[in-house]
Design a protein around this ligand. Sequence first.
Ligand SMILES: Nc1ncnc2c1ncn2[C@@H]1O[C@H](COP(=O)(O)OP(=O)(O)OP(=O)(O)O)[C@@H](O)[C@H]1O
Ligand SMILES: [Mg+2]
Length: 254
Amino acid sequence: MLETQELSKSYASIPAVRNVNFSLQAGQVLGCLGPNGSGKSTTVKMLTGLLQPTRGKVLFYGEDIHKDLVGFRRCLGYVPEEANLYPYLSGREYLEMIGILRGIGRPRLEKRIDSLLELFAMHPHRHGVIASYSKGMRQRILLIAAFMDNPPILIFDEPLSGLDVTTALILKTLIRTFGQRGKAIFYCSHVLEVVEQVCSDLLILRKGNVIASGPTEAIQRHADSASLERTFMHMVEKADTDQVSADIIHAMEA
Ligand SMILES: Nc1ncnc2c1ncn2[C@@H]1O[C@H](COP(=O)(O)OP(=O)(O)OP(=O)(O)O)[C@@H](O)[C@H]1O
Ligand SMILES: [Mg+2]
């Protein structure tokens, strides 16, 4: 469904993503992992067409997404890392705007917005301005905006950020179900426990390079680890976290 070929991006000649190749099929939940600054969000922004790659391309059913970006985006739901919402619109107004831009017809749009607001426990806050929302409330609006048109591809960049336990659990179940129902999901996160539970496949980045990719179980087996956290520490960070914590305390007390 979605495929990258040698996808690369440099910011002012500093490479952020280098030669990333993967494909995403219907029914696949691909988890993208990597330390801070490893290129996850840059990859996501190229996947959604927000950033032009410096080199390489993103293909949607074999065609470069930039050939028909509007058509591609119709098939896409995107939950960005940061909630850049219009602060003076109410949550409901924002969702209406997104629905209209996506071309969802009126009666269906109203019905869908109201039921999703209700299910994400945002109905009582629907007329409040976004500026007054808590972080988690903004995140819920972003999720509703991404789900509203029932797109076949969903791209999440750290979607659990700010969500409470119940909503995070709901989202986890939803992502698994989306996969089972044939949607293609690209899921960036630092929460390894969740990635382990929901992602069928992994793409692990380090300094903009893919250092491992393949089925989650195979990567774990290869690293000979029981948990993804240990696999990740083994493959990516190579840091002695106990030692670093002790050094931080030492520096604070020196
Ligand atoms: N707009 C930008 N201008 C210049 N450099 C950028 C820009 N955006 C990202 N970078 C650089 O590109 C690299 C990758 O950043 P990116 O945001 O993709 O990382 P990430 O894996 O999403 O990190 P995090 O886990 O912190 O979200 C970093 O070195 C970052 O400094
Ligand atoms: Mg990021």
